[in-house]
Write a protein that binds this ligand. Sequence first.
Ligand SMILES: *Cc1c(COP(=O)(O)O)cnc(C)c1O
Length: 226
Amino acid sequence: MISKTINKLHSELPATVKLVAVSKFHPFNAIEEAYGAGQRIFAESRPQELQAKVRQLEAERPDMSDVQWHFIGHLQTNKLKMVLPYASLVQSVDSVRLLDAIESWAAANDRKINVLLEPHVAAEQTKQGFSPDEVYSVLESAVGGGYPHIVFRGIMGMATFTDDMDVVKGDFAALRSIYDRCRFLYPSLSEDFVELSIGMSDDYPVAIEYGSTMVRIGSMIFGSRS
Ligand SMILES: *Cc1c(COP(=O)(O)O)cnc(C)c1O
């Protein structure tokens, strides 16, 4: 079932859209099955779980060393060392405080960390995520040399949790326009700044209409997490 869905998605997604398989809360053998169907990018949302799965993979499946791990959950600054050594992309950078902590860790460990900035556009009351203006001011400081150990790769976002596709479209349009404006304002970053990570199991076809380059799909591939 997992491999069937992976195969279907790989054949249906436009070539410009990368599939990120969200394996959070699912066991390692689900990842092995998806890998067998050709999936290489997996995403986790909890530091402990990411670290455990990376270690299991290293111990049991060295042949799967070409897996790329993305981190998509809220990251606390005291958990960086459980995530940054392993994640090829941290999609969910949602505050200047976190970004500054990542820069410090990367400088101390002589690493460059790929990140997406997560603006907050959905209607839900949540404290997480940048305002659009904060996104632009972070990039302003990046072009001025403020984050030498961070590679800004684009924007990640989530739509409001609703069945009303007009609301979802409005949110994706807002994220798309933030992404476009970043590329317009900071052309020196735009060679790296190429990812718009929008779209999940229930809304990815709509996200693709709005220019998604990366869809994050969990339950459609692996089943429900509850
Ligand atoms: C869990 C999660 C997903 C996957 O959601 P599904 O509806 O299961 O596809 C995508 N993005 C983020 C940030 C998530 O936390």
